[in-house]
Write a protein that binds this ligand. Sequence first.
Ligand SMILES: *[C@@H]1O[C@H](CO)[C@@H](O)[C@H](O)[C@H]1NC(C)=O
Ligand SMILES: *[C@@H]1O[C@H](CO)[C@@H](O)[C@H](O)[C@H]1NC(C)=O
Length: 185
Amino acid sequence: MMLSSVLLVLLQVCSLQLMVVSKPACQLRGDLVQSLHHVLRDLGGDFPAHCLPYNNNISFPNSALPAASANHPQCRRALWVVYESLSEAELIFLNNDSPVGEGGVTWDDQKLEDFQTRLNRLVEDGRCLSRVGDSVSPYFTNVTAVIEQQESTACGWSALKRDLLWVLKSTLHDHRTCFTWLKAH
Ligand SMILES: *[C@@H]1O[C@H](CO)[C@@H](O)[C@H](O)[C@H]1NC(C)=O
Ligand SMILES: *[C@@H]1O[C@H](CO)[C@@H](O)[C@H](O)[C@H]1NC(C)=O
């Protein structure tokens, strides 16, 4: 009698844990991340050569992303880096004038608007993710500093676009299965 009730409790604990492991509470949709990548890519404007010196100020910590995501913690880390990067970028867009305009970048206005709408949606979706590992916010502090200086603002925005593209592209490639993909009908 004793033994069987202990077993029963153990079984319940095990199945609870299984549910937690097999059912991620929070997800980012792969198709939305992929369209965000494409819109960002198509904004226009290559990285200007005269902005190269700012690479000393702005260098994305590539090692923040796991090399590959074979397991659950690596997936959670990869999704966190994507989410944190997107939400930091959203803040930069909120707190600064439009990057397009005098002294700024030559991005397509309409596509930029589309990008920001998609960005806000994904940041909303990812709010339930929890932080795993180090924050990438020191990188975004540096980007903000460069954007806030009038003479370097276009370089700051260009670097932000380049590095966000890299984060999205490499996670879509190396951590594809960490995202949620809708089944085709
Ligand atoms: C931030 O900028 C400083 C120089 O101002 C640089 O030494 C540091 O590597 C930069 N960090 C990142 C993550 O870009
Ligand atoms: C870039 O970093 C240097 C130090 O490495 C610093 O003196 C300079 O103010 C930074 N530039 C901007 C725009 O933040």
